[in-house]
Write a protein that binds this ligand. Sequence first.
Ligand code: ZN
Length: 60
Amino acid sequence: MKINKAWHEAHKMSKDTTLEQRLDWHLNHAANCTCREMPESIKRELEARGLTVPTPRSLR
Ligand SMILES: [Zn+2]
């Protein structure tokens, strides 16, 4: 579990985000940071849309 602080600084999530914005944030987050798991509800939503969950290859 490694936090990408710079990414988080640049991608602050506000309190009233739409589902679309959350999905977008989590997709971006998963690709750039591993500080926490993507919530199941988000994963399911992405799957329902036929999107794949990216892996943070760049951090390894
Ligand atoms: Zn993170």
